[in-house]
Design a binder for this molecule. Structure first.
Ligand code: DQA
Length: 241
């Protein structure tokens, strides 16, 4: 028997400007039965100070108390809009962790290793789980390379190891799914694999059968190529029930 869970948790990615919170909260409430976790994409919520981000996070935590909250600041090099250099990125995440308002912190694998180590220690001290992520927007590395990346994340102590790649064809999607499957067989922690774009949509629905723990969706506009609305995700995932 393999270790796949078939039904991954659905994470909604939020990308909201200050002026739109009311409508975002309403859309979250309308879609609440399709959502297991919330991802706050800070880089898509405009460049705010750490205190301003913390204010948003507290509001989300208060209103959606039982949904684990992920904080992500995706930098430009990783396909996001965040312009912070590594030290400023480190300082921001440190402050967010110290506020104790989130459940999971997304940290980019490419961050300098000493900064990564310190953030992981901070996360542990604040009872926050660590999700280490890496995006390849230009191509899909080989399964072997993808497995090596997952192993590096695991070696750093990730609770969640996440890779998102851009496939060119079906074979690339298979490479990603195969890397997720092989890695998952060897570990107890969470593995997350996403193939982006049209070709990759299959991975957002079928990833669980290969051992992927999370699938990301939206409630308005897609935050990454190929993202599906959470309602559609939930109904497609129902084939497994
Ligand atoms: O890493 C991911 C996955 C993602 O890139 C996607 O393809 O759905 C969306 C991001 O918001 C999230 O941080």
């Amino acid at each position: 028997m393999d270790k796949c869970n078939v039904f991954p948790k659905i994470v909604v990615t939020l990308s909201t400007n200050n002026s739109e919170w009311e409508s975002t909260v309403n859309r979250l409430l309308e879609n609440i039965s399709y959502i297991d976790m919330i991802e706050y994409r800070a880089d898509l919520c405009a460049e705010l100070t750490a205190d301003e981000y913390i204010k948003d996070l507290k509001m989300l935590k208060e209103k959606f108390d039982d949904l684990p909250l992920i904080f992500t600041y995706r930098t430009e090099g990783q396909g996001g809009k965040g312009g912070k250099e590594p030290h400023a990125y480190y300082e921001l995440i440190k402050e967010i962790l110290a506020a104790g308002v989130i459940d999971i912190i997304d940290i980019e694998l490419l961050l300098y290793e000493d900064l990564m180590d310190k953030l992981i220690k901070d996360a542990r001290a604040h009872d926050t789980q660590v999700l280490i992520s890496h995006h390849e927007f230009e191509h899909t590395p080989s399964s072997k390379e993808l497995i090596a990346l997952y192993n590096r994340m695991q070696g750093l102590g990730a609770d969640y190891s996440k890779l998102a790649v851009m496939p060119e064809d079906g074979r690339d999607v298979l490479k990603l799914l195969s890397a997720v499957y092989e890695t998952k067989q060897e570990c107890e922690n969470h593995i997350v694999g996403i193939a982006m774009g049209e070709q990759g949509k299959l991975s957002r629905i079928a990833g669980g059968a290969f051992g992927s723990s999370l699938t990301y969706g939206h409630i308005g506009e897609e935050a990454a190529p190929g993202q599906l609305h959470v309602k559609q995700l939930k109904s497609l995932l129902e084939i497994y029930q």
